[in-house]
Design a protein around this ligand. Structure first.
Ligand code: SAH
Ligand code: SF4
Ligand code: F3S
Length: 451
């Protein structure tokens, strides 16, 4: 049996693609390897979003080259493939900088990987494919296999928004939505294999506009309503959303669909209109705040999450203060924040007023400590509450299981390993930094009054 090792960087869309790569190669006789050391093929599924993410790939390739050479000395062979967004953005450069790489494959061409491997094995030399063919990709991929009770399902790829800091429109190409029937079939199959929760994925998932059964285009809200009808599918989520595409029908779905979990990742990036404009976000601070009000009116307990960039070119202390003020106003149970990273080829990279590193660091620290405070406050407010938890995997302690709350927090529960794959009410006993502890909520026998 041949062995495959995949290392995944970046966002959930890459996690989904890595699982599909495994699905593609399993029928060819590849089994998962625990480490690159004993793999016949190593795939790095890469991320280009920030400079650090991209540079990691080159250092990993250096390590892999040494492994590959050792293997060759022992008379064996190891193939190295670079997939994902770095492959798309700088495939030629990878090939130039690291000659141990056999295959470079962009995210929209990954279904061609088996054929590319065959070509390398026939010793045709290095193979590089970076076409944008999302429709061909999804038609060609084998049925997704379930791996645990919670699954990702990509419904939309690419982005037409062109925020001035971002590489995604260049690495993933134009927006493309999969047809409803294809998504429904994948969801049904996942549920038949034990999946209870599906997170719909897209770089711009709420811009979803796939073809419905009659050929007319469906919104994300309509798709969610359809998927909510699937028996056995208990929970739905979707990510990542853009404020511009947060329409009323999608907001209403948070009120109307019990299965739609009360968590929404809605990145704002900055609280300053001046910066938002320069970022080409095409939404103002006020628009975002009004959206938040509407969403909370539809689903009062919704946990909002966001991404922030500090130190965008031209960001002043006053601009940054507006971001801090927005965070204080909204209050986020969860959020991600980054220093602006210059990405070659994006409009912001050419801006004259880059923010000094020192200011970026100070701002990031201030923002992160505020966000950490809010996250801790939210977690604390969960103590004593009983909430449904989907148990996903064993915990560190024997017998323990880890699941997710409706608000996406990891919840650790002792003596619950036998409940993996099921949803049970858990009373939260303790809030820790990044997770919660709880105990199964005692079920009161019928007819007994509360104490
Ligand atoms: N489509 C999503 C985000 C995709 S990228 C959206 O529009 O919100 C994930 C996050 O990475 C972004 O939200 C942004 O906060 C961050 N990011 C993107 N480009 C960046 C850059 N050049 N420097 C720092 N952070 C960046
Ligand atoms: Fe990037 Fe903006 Fe598109 Fe999000 S919406 S992927 S930040 S260009
Ligand atoms: Fe990274 Fe590509 Fe996702 S750049 S964040 S892996 S879309």
């Amino acid at each position: 049996m041949k062995k495959l090792f995949i290392k995944t960087y970046g966002c959930q869309m890459n996690v989904y693609d890595s699982a599909r790569i495994a699905d593609l190669l399993t029928p060819l006789g590849y089994a998962a390897a625990d480490a690159p050391d004993d793999a016949d093929i190593v795939v790095l599924n890469t991320c280009h979003i920030r400079e650090k993410a991209a540079e990691k790939v080159y250092s990993e390739l250096g390590r892999l080259r040494r492994l590959k050479e050792e293997r060759a000395e022992q008379g064996g062979r190891m193939l190295i493939a670079v997939a994902g967004c770095v492959a798309q953005a700088e495939g030629e450069e990878i090939a130039r900088r690291q000659n141990a790489v056999d295959i470079v494959v962009g995210p929209q061409a990954l279904h061609r990987l088996p054929e590319m491997i065959a070509r390398v094995e026939r010793s045709e030399g290095r193979v590089l494919e970076t076409d944008f063919v999302p429709d061909e990709k999804f038609d060609a991929l084998p049925a997704a296999r379930a791996d645990g009770p919670a699954a990702f399902l990509t419904v939309q790829e690419g982005c037409d928004k062109f925020c001035t800091f971002c590489v995604v429109p260049y690495t993933r190409g134009a927006e493309f939505s999969r047809p409803v029937a294809q998504i429904e079939a994948e969801a049904h199959r996942l549920v038949e294999h034990g999946v209870r929760e599906i997170t719909l994925l897209g770089q711009n998932v709420n811009a979803y506009c796939g073809a419905g059964p009659e050929g007319n285009s469906w919104s994300l809200a309509r798709l969610l309503h359809r998927l909510a009808e699937i028996e056995g599918l208990e929970r739905l989520r979707y990510t990542t959303s853009h404020p511009r595409d947060m329409n009323d029908d999608l907001i209403a779905a948070h009120r109307d669909l019990q299965k739609l979990m009360p968590y929404l990742h809605l990145p704002v990036q900055s609280g300053s209109d001046r910066v938002l404009e320069a970022m080409n976000r095409r939404h103002a601070r006020d628009h975002y705040l009004r959206l938040v009000d509407k969403i909370r009116a539809a689903r009062s307990d919704i946990a909002l999450s966001s991404d922030f960039i500090v130190g965008f070119p031209g960001e002043t202390d006053t601009d940054f203060e507006q971001t801090m003020a927005l965070v204080r106003e909204v209050k986020y149970p969860q959020a991600f924040s980054f220093k602006y990273s210059t990405r070659p080829g994006t409009p912001a990279a050419a801006a004259r007023k880059q923010v000094p590193e020192q200011a970026k660091s100070e701002r990031l620290q201030a923002l992160q400590s505020l966000l950490a405070e809010q996250q801790a406050d939210f977690a604390k407010s969960c103590e004593g509450l009983s909430m449904p938890v989907l148990f996903e995997k064993p915990g560190r302690k024997t017998g323990q299981a880890v699941g997710r709350s409706p608000y996406l927090q990891p919840v650790h529960v002792d003596d619950a390993e036998h409940l993996i794959g099921e949803i049970h009410d858990v009373t939260i006993t303790r809030a820790m930094r990044n997770s919660l502890s709880g105990a199964l909520t005692a079920v009161r026998p019928k007819g007994m009054a509360a104490a």
